[in-house]
Ligand binder design. Structure first.
Ligand code: SF4
Length: 72
């Protein structure tokens, strides 16, 4: 089931790139080296979950379709 929201906190993002490595169709680094969501449904839900968990600064927030915050 697709996530309702995938949010990257730009203040917390340290450009580690882990999210891009794990879910390359969902996340990319912008011109400032910060992660952005390019396609919220580009990778599987599991990959998106793994990507969010892989973020060293917990900059990625996932909200499921019921409005529940899954990560962090
Ligand atoms: S893993 Fe976290 S810190 Fe690294 S680029 Fe993605 S959002 Fe930013």
């Amino acid at each position: 089931m697709p996530y309702k929201s995938i949010i990257v906190d730009r203040e917390k993002c340290i450009s580690a790139g882990s999210c891009v490595a794990v879910a390359p169709e969902v996340f990319e680094l912008d011109g400032e080296g910060k992660a952005v969501v390019k396609n919220a449904t580009g990778d599987s839900d599991e990959m998106i979950l793994d990507a969010a968990k892989a973020c060293p600064t917990l900059a990625i927030t996932l909200i499921d379709s019921n409005g529940k915050q899954v990560v962090p």
